[in-house]
Design a protein around this ligand. Sequence first.
Ligand code: ZN
Ligand code: ZN
Ligand code: FE
Length: 757
Amino acid sequence: MIERRSITVEGIVQGVGFRPFVYGLAREAGLAGFVGNDSNGVFIEVEGESAILDRFEADLVARAPVLAVVERVGRSHRPVVGGSGFAICESRAGPVAETLVSPDVATCADCLAEVFDPANRRFRYPFTNCTNCGPRFSIIRGVPYDRPLTTMAAFAMCEQCRAEYEDPGDRRFHAQPTCCPDCGPSLKLLDPVGVEVTTGDPIVETARLLLDGAVVAIKGIGGYHLAVMADDEESVTRLRVAKHREDKPFAVMAADLDQAGRLVELSDEAARLLTSARAPVVLAPRAASAKVAGAVAPNNRGLGVMLAYTPLHHLLAAELGRPFVLTSGNVSDEPIAYQDGDAKERLAPLVDFILAHTRPIEVRTDDSVIRVVGDRTVPIRRSRGYAPQPVKLLDRCARPILACGAELKATFCLARADHGFVSHHIGDLENLETYTSYLAGVEHFERLFDVHPEVVAHDLHPEYLSTKYGVARAEREGLAAIGVQHHHAHIASCLADNGYAGPAIGVAFDGLGYGLDGTLWGGEFLVLEGADFTRAAHLNVVSLPGGAAAIREPWRMAVAWLLAAGVDPRPLEVYERNRAQWANVAKVCQLGGLVTSSVGRLFDAVGALCVGRDRVNYEGQAAVELEQAADACESGSYRFSLESDGPADGPLVLDARPMVKELVGDLLGGETVGRIATRFHRGLAAALAETAGRIASSTGIMTVALSGGVFQNEILISEATAALSARGLAPLTHRQVPPNDGGISLGQVTVAARRLA
Ligand code: ZN
Ligand code: ZN
Ligand code: FE
């Protein structure tokens, strides 16, 4: 039977090659009709045999372009009109432009084939892209997404590129950043003083230099990277010293899955992520045969690997023949350099050469990082390839909301209707340059998504720069301000991430967050119902001797915990190493002052006790090393106790002091660090499940959301989810935004939206 259907497609369907895709699909099926854009997305009318139309509709979703996110498909019947041929028609203007901006996308197979085809006019051209791939978010200055509003504006298309751009049958139909060697950006190899190196082929020359041991800054999609050969111990060490980065692992770039498979153990999930169009850094267990310098990821059994994701990377990787370190172009905690002048200034002292190019970067975006734990993925950093794709919100926002996020690993989130636009990873706001880029980012997002916030959501910590910004802005512009407790935001974020409305039991384990009672929380069991929460249990409270000093120096937390547990520290190595200051710190603990229920700080104490990590070079280092030390064969665990403390309706207290006593006994008894580390992890997971179980039986709530930076820990996630499932509880973990403070802004939006409803 012949029929005619009107189909509407909503989601990320503009600027992603959706119309040419529909055009191709309709042509292939021999259907008549047309396709166009309107303010809601894409509208289609097609006419043909019912069975063929059904297949066409199924293919619309199943074979959609990599960049497209189809959120809704609507369909209605129309009178048959006859006719033949299929056309792309003019866009219909609508009242509200619901613009979604695509993330940057890894080079597609078609473009890659062209780049390596000597007969193609784009042979070896490092900026080749098409409607299915290439830079997007990082080059967009404004909307509508058209070339003049991208950083490609300065490059006028040549005749051939223009013809492709205007041909609906071409892969480059309306590909805004399209270009070729005749009309597009070009590479420049510079020495650190900025003098151009004369060479026939900058990529061949860069490869030669790298193989010779050089450190080279390479301009990419969202900023500059620093590159050295991954198996060159001397160069990697030189890079570490130059970057002032003592221990934090470097990521390694591989040419393809084959090469990556020789670096890390590839699960199906890891392989899927690596080869996805988002091309994140994937953290996976290092392969036994990996030929990687020790200095790439010291004291770490894992390795961060990504695949080449631009033609430039592919060409370089092919030239090099083996993996290379590709780490962010910055010094220690500064944001990565992305503007040419800034890069020259900041990176020149660190490198031997700079491989730059002439396409400007509008928005700095770091590589995204995802940890793979079995078949579970844990987002660690959400940026390139993911931002600014919105997270679908369960509650429609009655009014537009700006959520300001936290302080470390900061992101913000702009929400309108049922979309939460979580920003790219911005970084640690205490750094002035990072804070400046946070402000610029907020402004950029508001312009890009045409959202003018009427409500500002912020953390309760008065000293977070994001809180100060949010409160001041609300005051200045007369906006409503909603304070959201840090761990409430963590759990709300995990629920939003899973599209789960609640109620839920939330387990928030992290470094530190400002509590409702003015103390620093971080080992929290919350019950979330509606827009509110109650604190159902928490880790027992100990001193935080010296405040920020205790974060930098985990041995101070060992002092606090040993004191709390009533354990004599003198026979312990941690005491020997820190003897000179021990008594003073113990006195600080006894005087009262700052206290915390943080599990992150408990990890610090155990890390100082077991792996000798007295001072950290990056946040969470003691916990990372403790996890790395754990012996997978051990099946024992330490006991925590669980008691109600004070009034019957008050929170339960999960007491870790019995665990500390047992652990110290093992240490003094000569037990291996590997076994002790495992017993600690397993004990904590069991205690978590027992506490959650107790709360579940009193509330009847069976869903348990796990969030907070501590849940980047692979052993804890695996053990905790298994222990919860064994009790018949349903664990939820993060999938789209990180469990660390990078996910806080989404949680703030969710809570604020609920409060407004
Ligand atoms: Zn392409
Ligand atoms: Zn051209
Ligand atoms: Fe946190």
